[in-house]
Write a protein that binds this ligand. Structure first.
Ligand code: CUA
Length: 275
């Protein structure tokens, strides 16, 4: 085969491969690959992820097309020639990508991500429902305020086989608290402000459907803030390697209609009564 025909064939093959790869990527990315969003701020998190994937994807493809164009344009086996270019042009070709990347990564992400950041890490709304989730090797325990609407005092020194969260019996706010192991129940559509504590090592409260992930650090009270949008049952996965039983440290979040939740909560006996 003459050399010219052969290189045309090579180009056609490479081009075909490139187009096939692009079609495959779009086909894969076009399908839903994330669990359906079940919290209000989750849509914003997904928007940031999509934005970054599209922006970096476009840059990646553009960069490779440019690379391919240069490879094609300067192919051949003649001697290498050094062609000096104007310093001004050199500066432009260096600065334009830097500015472009800065705008894409900083300005774009900040514009889309800032409101979401506020929803997740800003101060909780006054009407937020406050509950607590405690992690320990290898289970989750939920605590809800009783009729007074307040979570009572706890002290690690008070922990024993029966009082596993170390609630203070002398605190009136603690006496009527409700404790349940393995399931976290939440009212749909209400802002939630969840306190997170660990009783041993570091764990992580992770609910993919809520787009929430927060570490539990022994000795600290961490918080997770979100609004469950869709009623249903979701998995809590511990996402910090916390010991041999880490893989089975799962729990459930049950998001219930607000009236159902209120009814359920009012029917529960306090931890002291079931002591
Ligand atoms: Cu707890 Cu992993």
């Amino acid at each position: 085969m003459p050399r010219k025909a052969q290189s045309s064939l090579e180009l056609a093959l490479v081009g075909l491969l490139f187009v096939a790869l692009m079609i495959l990527s779009v086909a894969i990315l076009g399908k839903p690959w994330r669990p359906p969003v079940a919290s209000v701020h989750g849509h914003g998190v997904d928007l940031v992820i999509t934005y970054l994937l599209v922006a970096t994807g476009v840059l990646f493809v553009a960069g490779h097309l440019l690379l391919a164009a240069f490879v094609w344009r300067y192919r051949g086996d003649g001697p290498s020639i050094h062609r000096p270019i104007a310093p001004r042009f050199e500066w432009i070709t260096a600065l334009v990508p830097v500015l472009l990347m800065t705008v894409i990564s900083e300005v774009g992400v900040l514009a889309i991500g800032r409101p979401v950041w506020g929803q997740v890490y800003g101060p909780p709304p006054a009407d937020a429902f406050r509950a607590e989730l405690v992690g320990k090797q290898f289970a989750w325990t939920a605590r809800y305020p009783g009729k007074d609407g307040k979570l009572g005092r706890t002290d690690p020194k008070l922990i024993d086989d029966e009082n596993q969260l170390g609630l203070d019996k002398d605190d009136p706010a603690a006496k009527d608290d409700i404790v349940e192991i393995g399931v976290l129940r939440l009212p749909q559509g209400r802002p939630i402000y969840l306190s997170l504590r660990s009783q041993d090592v570091q764990h992580s409260f992770s609910v993919a459907a809520f787009r929430v992930k927060q570490d539990l650090v022994p000795g600290l009270v961490q918080h997770a803030r979100f609004v469950p949008e869709v009623a249903g049952s979701y998995e809590i996965a511990c996402s910090q390697l916390c010991g041999l039983g880490h893989y089975r440290m799962r729990g459930l979040v049950n998001v219930m209609a607000p009236h159902e939740f209120d009814e359920w909560l009012s029917e529960q006996s306090s931890w002291m009564e079931s002591y």
